[in-house]
Design a protein. Sequence first.
Length: 645
Amino acid sequence: MTGDDTSDAAADRPVRVFLSYSRKDRTRAIKVVNALEANGLSVWWDGMLEVGQAFAHSTETALETADAVVVLWSQTAIQSHWVRDEATRGRDRGCMVPVSLDGAQPPLGFRQIQYIKLDKWRGKANAREFVDLVHAIHTTAGSPNSQLNFSAAAAPASRGLSRRGVLALGASGAALLGGLAVWKGGWLTGQDILNSVAVLPFRNLSGDPAQVYFSDGLSEELRTMLSLNRGLEVAAETSSSQLSEQGKTPGEIADALKVAYVLDGSVRRAGDLLRITARLIDGKTGFEKWAQSFDRKADDVLAVQSEIATYVADALAAQVTTTTAGSGRTGNAKAFDAYLRGRALIKQAASEQTDRAGLAAFEQAVALDPKFALAHASRATALAVIASSYAAGGESAALVRKALEAARMAVRLAPDMAEGQFALGYVLAVVKLDLRGAQLPYSRAVELGFGNADILTAYGDFATNIGRFDDARKTIDRALRLDPVNPSVQRSAALLAFFSRDYAAAQTAFSAALALNTKVGVIHGFLGHTLLITGKTAEALDHYGQEPLALLRLTGQAIAEMKLYGEEAGEARLAELIKEFGTNSAYQQVQIFAQWGRRDAALAALDQAMTLIDSGLAQLRNDPLLDPIRPSPRMAAALQKLGFS
């Protein structure tokens, strides 16, 4: 059958309508069904199901194939999760036609689309307001996948069209359409964006400090869920948490992060029971926009997450999908709990012991739910960190192999999950040094995780290393917008300036990062490099001495002390470096020898680093410390082999 034949066949068949309603409105819904069919429409509603027929499968199939989804809102329908879910899918598909059966206004999140009032309709198929409904259905079916189903220009003037709905479209609807124009044209910028929110760490009221991982993890999962919605600006975790810990008021937090709303809450966990409270606060007025408590069994925690995200999205009049299907998440509460424990341990970055304990928790999560893609992705990055930081020899090779397998499993299970694509890119780039292979999954991760500051920052570092400075600047600027008081994001901005040889900007950015946290690794060391290159060797040595990462500290001290105090001092630091790190310092030895002017020794160390696949080689393309040996053909060959050229 040709494409034209298909179009003709579709035009010949009746328009297919999916009817969503509350069971308590069944009597009136049947009247709507009869009147729609009298107007030549094909209507699917749950009364058509045969006894024993699979309800969920049949409903989902009808919902996905309908030309129009007619939602019968009422006071009872507004409270129905089934109706909300079906309405959300119809809205996301661009084919929802909302109706008010009893004059009730649709819930927040569905008011941007004009709705038809049937509260005074008496069941006649040719009544004026019902004719308007049929017209709206045909208009919607004729232009699927639109942002708004129909506008005042598409539907005729009618007494059946809600005046409140028209007024709402003129005010809040105009604001929404303006917001859509902004985010569809590119990444959101500016301040006080209407649909922007900071999710604060939920307070642990359980009386057990060991439960903090659960309350923190719940808020982070909510943040991630909301950030999947391209209509929302979601402030990142570090900035939100730091301001909360400082005792800032919601208004102060909203002002500092340039968001319109703040979501906070608490978790009380007692045995198998949970009480979760959440409230959405207007950052300007300090008043609650929405608040609710949820009393559930622990096994229902995943459903509560979805409910809270839905309510928040509705309150912000935004569109968000909150199902776990295709998102890489799990429906197994025990697997989710294990994942949260692993996440909390890995975030500590405290020691080999905590990192390996985090890995064990992720492995428990995937054992409980082998299809839990997010846990596979987290396991992959944990394996990569342990392989590159602690393991050696055969164990390291085995861990790298497992990391790659776990990352690929995450991508197979959930191809559209940002964390899975990120994990694959991270493993390929950091421990495999497959820079060509890492580019696609990293780019895909940014495309999918544009609301995740951690992913944006990591991609920014990768783009910096491979010389895509414009891409790096774009993603890091976005991360700074989401997480402005995170020193790690500021550090990435500084590294971009350093490797692109804008040393004045680098010095400013490193200083800004230190103002946020003087103990974050890498900052003092690379500020030392910046000062060293610009001829301020004594100042550089001072910062090298404050660097918490010994590998970076000793490297800088070896270079600076050779310049300031002579060969013996420099050689002593080099010996100290080799004694502590052995061949794991191969790349750092390249830097030292290059800066000392020992060209042959630097190139020999480079050969060793290439043989060992030293992770420091990711910086090879742009590292200013290696400029003395950059003209060497061996350097060019190394760059080509690594995929830089």
